[in-house]
Design a protein around this ligand. Structure first.
Ligand code: CO8
Length: 258
């Protein structure tokens, strides 16, 4: 499948989705959101880790496309926000790990896209921010929901109310990103992390992701119950048998994802 705004690369079971709209620093318009939804919807079990990045050395995603949003009325604004939020939720609920390799500006919808991914790593020139209130709107691709979960309400409110952008080192300090690298190293490090994940049991990673994501919004008893069920289910998999047999036989496990 060919896309106008996405470059798709595959390295074995790793897919790299690069958002490419260089004239607007990869700002997200409806066409890009549609292509992202299409690509994510087509992923099958041959893809076991997804890496999302932006084209060029300057920007991951500089937000939603302001020129498209400028003329929207209330209903259209609602629909545009919903479209982005649904695509981001699709990313968040993929049964595989998703790594955001943030290679520059991650502002507004760009920061929100990175937050819909499981893990964020950044280049040292990256900048994160939610500048929406300076445009007369609020974060509309679920940033008010995900930013406080990642950095706490106090810092999230400061970022959203002031609209200030923070540098990669500050994003690292507050836990918005896991690691910061030289720009030239970023993709290599993302691939390295993805490879480590590929060495593990796919069904176990899927269950762990479900337990963490869904458990977060439950109360303690419900979250522990959910983990318990998913833990039990692992024992119905061949991967559990192969993984434990390999350990006991002092060998490296080879997982089949069954
Ligand atoms: N939308 C449209 N065009 C953009 C965007 C954007 N978000 N960001 C940059 N561009 C364009 C610029 O207009 C410029 O175009 P042109 O060359 O035609 O003038 C080109 O990209 C290059 O940008 P700059 O010349 O401004 O480059 P600088 O290096 O000087 O600055 C910045 C880079 C700091 C990233 C600057 O471009 C900027 O501030 N961009 C806007 C960032 C922003 O405010 N993002 C948040 C947008 S709102 C949002 O994301 C809401 C999400 C939820 C939506 C819900 C819908 C209802």
């Amino acid at each position: 499948m060919e896309y106008d705004f996405l470059k798709i690369e595959r390295k074995g079971a790793i897919a790299i989705m690069t958002i490419s709209a260089p004239k607007s620093l990869n700002a997200l318009n409806s066409a890009i959101l549609k292509e992202m939804g299409d690509f994510i919807g087509r992923l099958d079990e041959t893809t076991r880790v997804l890496i999302i990045t932006g084209d060029g050395e300057k920007s991951f995603v500089a937000g939603a496309d302001i020129s498209e949003m400028a003329q929207l009325n209330e209903q259209e604004g609602f629909e545009f926000g919903r479209r982005g939020a649904l695509v981001f939720r699709q990313i968040e609920t993929l049964p595989i790990p998703v790594i955001a390799a943030v290679n520059g500006f991650a502002l507004g919808g760009g920061c929100e896209l990175a937050m819909a991914c499981d893990i964020r790593i950044a280049s040292n020139n990256a900048k994160f921010g939610q500048p929406e209130v300076g445009l007369g709107i609020i974060p509309g691709f679920s940033g008010t929901y995900r930013l406080p979960k990642l950095v706490g309400q106090g810092y999230a409110k400061e970022m959203i109310y002031t609209g200030k952008a923070i540098r990669a080192d500050e994003a690292l300090r507050i836990g918005l990103v896991n690691a910061v690298y030289e720009p030239a190293e970023l993709m290599e490090k993302a691939l390295e992390m993805a490879e480590r994940m590929l060495a593990n049991a796919p069904l176990a990673i899927k269950a762990a992701k479900q337990s963490i994501n869904e458990g977060y919004d439950l109360n303690a008893d419900e979250a522990i119950e959910l983990e318990n069920k998913l833990f039990g289910k692992c024992f119905a998999s061949q991967d559990q048998k192969d993984g434990m047999a390999a350990f006991l036989g002092k060998q490296k496990p080879v997982f089949t994802g069954k």
